[in-house]
Structure formats: structure tokens, C-alpha cells
Design a binder for this molecule. Sequence first.
Ligand code: CP
Length: 342
Amino acid sequence: MLERCREMLSGRDLLTTHDWTREELTAVLELAEDMQKERWSGKYFDVLKNRTFFMFFYNPSVRTRQSFECAATELGGHAQFLEPKSMRLKTAKTAGETIEDAARVMSRYAAGLGIRMLEDKVAAYGEGYKMIKEYADWADIPVSSMADDRFHPFQGLADTMGMRKHIGKDLKGKKATLVWGHGALARSWCSVQEYILMSSLYGMDVTIANPEGYDLDPEVIGWAKANCAANGQEFKVTHDQKEAYEGSNIVYSRNWMSPNAYTPDGEFLKAQEVEKALAYPQWICDEEKMKLTDNGLYIHPMPIDRGHEVTDEVASGPRSICVDVAENRLHVQKAVMAATMK
Ligand code: CP
């Protein structure tokens, strides 16, 4: 299984799941499932022996940092946490060492590089992704997004691993609902966009519900729509929550920022975004709405903004798979590291 993944994926970057084929993603998911089963058997203990994975975090993290560090340890290697502010690196907002120089030098040390840069560290939507892509273009080692302002590929893989376990390996025809939630965090689009890309690729009907003025990236919507069309499934965007919940097999509720979150001179308007979002208290996932589903599961990438995006009753209820999905981050990251890093 690992050899097949390596034949397909050795040396490859992972900036979004949209860059990989369904066959490649499925191979990695199957490897992750085996790695979960064989976690302590020793089967994968030496896969990255003596190898280092560099991690730059421009934003905070619980799951991503901890699961990557555990992943490297469990494969026999090491994940090194690097604070960009201590490295004098150039970013969209700061001068410093060029990406070309940094990426080429780091390629001489490490076997892989992951970067996180979210919405509040850039001057316009898409710049975090663009910066990581520039690292990938210069580096000789695989580069992955550990969440940027557009994509969160490891989250998309972990979500799908969770759906395969709790709904079944054949997801075709199941209804995936993504609903906007009001909240105090002005969250980026990365996790929800990966979710619609993966659920549409795997043959699910996809329904997105959000208030007017909260449309996602039209390019990503176009890709998800094309996936649904290729699979003969439905893709819908609505402002009607009832329509979105009805008959759903899985509900993902999360806050996301509006497309007007940046000023033309590059300021991220967090306070205004939060104030605007808090004016929609009816946009919360609760038991009453979940009763409209087909005994639907509840999924969220965490951290959850409880009381805004979802009630405690649903988030901690028997149909919530959030903690399983958080665990899956470890397994999918081990699988991708093992497959791509030489
Ligand atoms: N889901 C996720 O990426 O969590 P962290 O922000 O805690 O890493």
C-alpha cells in the first residue's frame, strides 16, 4: 500500500486536494486507514527515520501543530516548529529573505515543508496560498499547506476519512450540507472550501446555505459544481436553511468571512466582520434543525465556536464526529508524509 502511494506521489506538493486525482486521494485515505489500524504495530515506525519536516506557523494552531509533530514521531522522524518571525523571511506584508533563497536552502536540510498562513496575515484574499505556492515552486522537497486563506487539504482528507468510516466508503448520492454559522471569529474559507471539493469529488450531493453576502470563492464553487456534474449529482447554493438541512446525511456548520473582509489598501476588517456576523443569531446548527436531516451526522474541523456555529447539544451529541475527524488529521498527515517525502 505504501509502495503504491510512493510510486504515485513521491516528491509531490499538497496545496489543495483539487491538485490530486481521486485515485491518488483514495490511495492516501486507504493508507491512512491502515496506519490507524497499525498505529502501534511497528509496521510504519521507520518510514521517515532520521528525516525532518519543517513547519512554519504564521498563525496559531492546536490540532495541526500537535498532529504533525506526533505524525513525524510515529514515523521515526522529527517535525521542527519554526516561528517565521525569528527567521526574517519575506511575506506579502513584510520585507526579508526571499522565498527563492529560503526554499532552496531549506531543501538542503529537510525532507518536507509545511506552511500555515491564514486570512489575517495577508493583505488580500488568495495571497497566503500564493506565498505557499511560491515556496513549492522553488523548493526541491514536497511543500504542503497546513491551512492558508484558500485551502486546508489535510482537513479535507480528514473529513473524508471520517465520512468513509461513519457513512460508508461509497459516499455517492449522500447529501452533504454546509451551513454558514454566525460567530465571533471571522473565519477563513480554507476548511469549508476543501470540504465542498472533497464531498463533490466523492459523488455526494452538495448543498451550501448562507445569508446573502457570504458567497465563497467563485472559482472553487465552479470546481465543486463541475465535480457534482461529472458524478451526476446535485450542487446547490441557497439562503434557506430548512432546504439545506432536509434529508441531509451530514451537516457541517461553520462561520466564514464575507468577500468584503479586506479594504483596498490591505487591512483585514476583523471587528466589522464579527459585528456583521453576530447580527444573524438564527444561523446556528441546533437539535431542531438536525431533526430535519436523515439522522444526519455533525462535522466541524474544530476549534468550534460553541453557542454561535452550533449548540453544545449537537456538538457534543451522539451524531457528532468532530473528535474522530480531529484524530484523522494524524493518520492522513502520516500517510501524505510517508507517500511524498523521500
Ligand atoms: N482544524 C485545524 O486546523 O485546527 P487548528 O487550527 O487547531 O490547527
